[in-house]
Design a protein around this ligand. Structure first.
Ligand code: NAD
Length: 359
């Protein structure tokens, strides 16, 4: 029996969490779910969006399946999603982007794995606001030490990329490629312009690649990568990217396979992992039993693979693929016409997936 924390989230979270839990259980995987709360509703009731017992549960079990959580814009609390990633040092964001027959897309046969660094780069949160004293101090220092001048009306974001941070994410990409029998890793960067950050990333990528002679390695400049992904995505396999490029390319690739409804994800560290859909809490659909549960169910497939239950993972993915391909018991977003009255609800789509697992 594996203990797993199920964070039910808010918005559409509880509905898709329940659908995913039922589908995983139907595979016969021996999982004991510990239900944990987080999100905007919990904030209103308990004064914190991330209660200590939820943190304790993830700490203890090391593995969580997490439904989406709202991040209020402007005021309100910090992103729980980002807090959890930082708290448990989940440095690798894994986003498979795969074509499923029956999902509307301009492309077919896409099978890409995006490995995004989750802790460094312009997302490190080291930022200086225009007009503040510390910003002026930093600008003074930079102007003294650089031939390029920064004007006093500037805001500044810092982009740290370290050897250790790059080594661990590139190794993660190669280890994943080896474990999952993938053929190639492409390291993405802008080393021609940012020599001391992306240049370092590229140098370290090349070094790490030497330890994996069985897997092909190449690099691409980010702008060229974008064009090639749109023109010939089939020539790529596993992509490893610094945080910001990884964020953008993940969405580009989700677009290649038909959007958020089928885009799973995982945040993985050395001591644990949180599996979650790429999409958010879609508050306007909350409580309507309407949205597509597949992205969270496919995130649960990644979770089953991660805990070594390969057969159960395959069974679940095959069932999801079959239900989508048949196109009968699917949610509105997977129908040709989004107003198609034959679209089923979240729980009915989960029922159809469970039925497929059992046959
Ligand atoms: P969103 O992904 O929640 O929804 C955007 C639109 O995509 C929805 O209106 C809906 O039309 C569609 N959609 C999303 N999920 C769907 C599904 N499962 N089935 C069918 N259609 C679906 O993005 P948003 O509206 O920008 O964000 C809402 C909230 O979610 C925000 O507070 C945001 O911060 C948060 N968010 C959380 C996470 C997370 O928990 N990891 C990720 C992204 C956004």
């Amino acid at each position: 029996m594996t203990n797993i924390t199920l964070i039910t989230g808010d918005g559409i979270g509880p509905e898709i969490a329940e659908a995913a839990r039922r589908c995983v259980d139907a595979t016969g995987a021996k999982i004991h779910w510990e239900i944990a709360r987080a999100g905007i509703d919990v904030m209103q009731r308990e004064g914190t969006p991330l209660p200590q017992d939820t943190i304790d549960s993830v700490q203890k079990n090391k593995i969580a399946l997490k439904a989406p959580i709202t991040t209020p814009v402007g005021t309100g609390f910090r992103s729980i999603n980002v807090s959890l990633r930082q708290m448990f040092n989940l440095y690798a964001c894994l986003r498979p982007c795969k074509s499923y027959k029956g999902v509307h897309s301009k492309y077919a046969d896409i099978d890409l794995i995006i490995v995004r660094e989750n802790t460094e780069d312009l997302y490190a949160g080291i930022e200086y606001q225009k007009g503040k004293d510390d910003t002026a101090e930093l600008i003074d220092w930079l102007n003294k030490h650089s031939s390029r001048k920064i004007t006093p009306d500037s805001g500044i974001s810092i982009k740290p990329i370290s050897v250790a941070g790059t080594q661990r994410i590139v190794k993660f990409a190669f280890e994943y490629a080896r474990r999952m029998n993938r053929r190639k890793v492409t390291s993405v960067h802008k080393a021609n312009i940012m020599k001391h950050t992306d240049g370092l990333w590229l140098e370290v990528s090349r070094d790490v690649a030497k330890q994996y002679p069985d897997i092909e390695f190449e690099d691409r400049i980010i702008d060229n990568m974008c064009m090639q992904l749109v023109q010939k995505p089939e020539i790529y396999d596993v992509l490893v990217l610094p945080n910001l490029y990884g964020d953008i390319i993940s969405d580009l690739c989700a677009g290649l396979v038909g959007g958020l409804g089928v885009a799973p994800g995982a945040n993985i560290g050395d001591k644990g992992a949180i599996f979650e859909a790429t999409h958010g809490s879609a508050p306007k659909y909350a409580g309507q039993n309407k949205v597509n549960p597949c992205a969270l169910i496919l995130s649960a497939v990644l979770m089953l693979e991660y805990i070594g239950l390969q057969a159960e993972a395959q069974k679940l993915e095959k069932a999801v693929a079959a239900v989508i391909a048949e196109g009968k018991y699917v949610t509105y977003d997977l129908k040709d016409d989004r107003n198609d009255p034959t679209a089923v609800g979240t729980s009915e789509m989960a029922d159809a997936i469970i039925e497929k697992i059992r046959t």
